[in-house]
Ligand binder design. Structure first.
Ligand SMILES: [Zn+2]
Ligand SMILES: [Zn+2]
Length: 347
């Protein structure tokens, strides 16, 4: 059985499946790309052929325009297999954002799975992560330090609603990125019984409409623009992180700046961004989820992308699992805080 490092190579453009002739989440435009999900650092414009979930393709078209989202697009359903140059390729949900997939590949009985970004917590806006046993698991490692343990998201939402009840004359404005976090937050608020209108910064509206058209119900959403300040007292407003402490927020009623991100575990980071109410809500696996997932897929070898690999590789070694840092440059960098959270390391 060929070891995956003989057929899966790290090239300057990204991870390349040699017998299949395709890249996974390439960092620049290529002929054939398989895309895990539509965040900007994983889904780049200008590929000739793109293979992804139908939802990811729809989000790519909405974000970059149909002409830049791949000249030829092919959608693959969950678990539906395709043979590309003798490589069996299929997608399984990654639980990160709507449409997010893991890419599973098998070549002569040797199996590798690329996680993309993932989480294991329940998310009402996307399909849950499915562990796929494999010989090599390529994992993200955004929060790969023992300090990162995300609390339950519904407990964070309960803290938010308690604050809203405590300050009924103020607007709570929550910084969250446009793809995934925003819609998950809305869905979590609805689950918690918040059925009043939720107000949106204009930059978040488009993807909410798209999510709804793809079957994710979000309830009564209204634009902040054109809403009187008095009507925003006691309201919940969602905005890109860069807007919450910005001039834009002056239109709100004595706003309470909140930010929903796994990085909010780092107090200094919340403080430096002017965040009054940090909410530790992440769409990435925390330290425990990373280790549990690596256990679930039972891979004897794990390759690590975008993150602080050292701690994870050290712990894997103690468990008899071979770890390898891929050192692919470019993931989690393009998406700044306004679009993703997997991004800059904690200050
Ligand atoms: Zn992502
Ligand atoms: Zn990422």
């Amino acid at each position: 059985m060929p070891h995956p490092d003989t057929w899966l190579r790290v090239l300057p453009a990204g991870l390349f499946c040699e017998p299949g002739g395709f890249f996974i989440d390439p960092l620049r435009a290529v002929d054939r790309a398989v895309i895990t999900h539509a965040h900007g650092d994983h889904a780049r414009p200008g590929h000739a052929h793109v293979l992804a979930s139908a939802e990811t393709l729809a989000i790519m078209r909405a974000r970059m325009g149909a002409d830049r989202a791949g000249m030829a697009q092919q959608a693959l359903g969950w678990g539906e297999a395709l043979a590309i140059g003798g490589v069996r390729v299929w997608l399984q949900p990654a639980g990160h954002v709507l449409g997010s997939a893991q890419v599973a590949m098998e070549w002569h009985g040797s199996r590798a799975v690329i996680s993309g970004d993932y989480k294991r917590r329940a998310d009402p806006t996307c399909a849950p992560f499915v562990p796929v046993p494999c010989d090599v698991f390529v994992t993200e490692a955004t929060f790969a330090l023992p300090v990162f343990r995300h609390p339950p998201a519904d407990a964070e939402v309960a803290r938010l609603l308690a604050s809203v009840a405590l300050f009924p004359e103020r607007t709570h404005v929550i910084g969250c990125y446009a793809l995934g976090k925003c819609q998950r937050l809305i869905a979590l608020l609805r689950q918690a019984g918040w059925d009043r209108p939720i107000f949106l910064h204009g930059a978040l509206a488009g993807l909410c409409t798209l999510y709804e058209s793809l079957g994710v119900k979000l309830g009564d959403l209204r634009p902040v623009a054109g809403t009187a300040k008095a009507q925003l007292q006691g309201a919940i407003v969602l905005a890109p992180p860069g807007a919450i402490a910005d001039r834009w927020a002056r239109r709100l009623a004595d706003p309470v700046a909140c930010l929903a991100s796994g990085w909010m575990r780092v107090r200094q980071r919340a403080k430096s961004r002017g965040v009054e109410l940090p909410l530790v809500i992440s769409d990435h696996a925390d330290w425990d989820e990373l280790l549990a997932t690596i256990g679930d897929v039972a891979a004897p070898e794990v390759w690590v992308t975008h993150g602080r690999e050292d701690a994870l590789i050290h712990v894997l070694g103690q468990r008899g699992i071979r770890g390898r840092a891929l050192r692919l440059i470019g993931y989690g960098e393009e998406e700044d805080a306004d679009d993703g959270e997997g991004e800059a390391p904690p200050a």
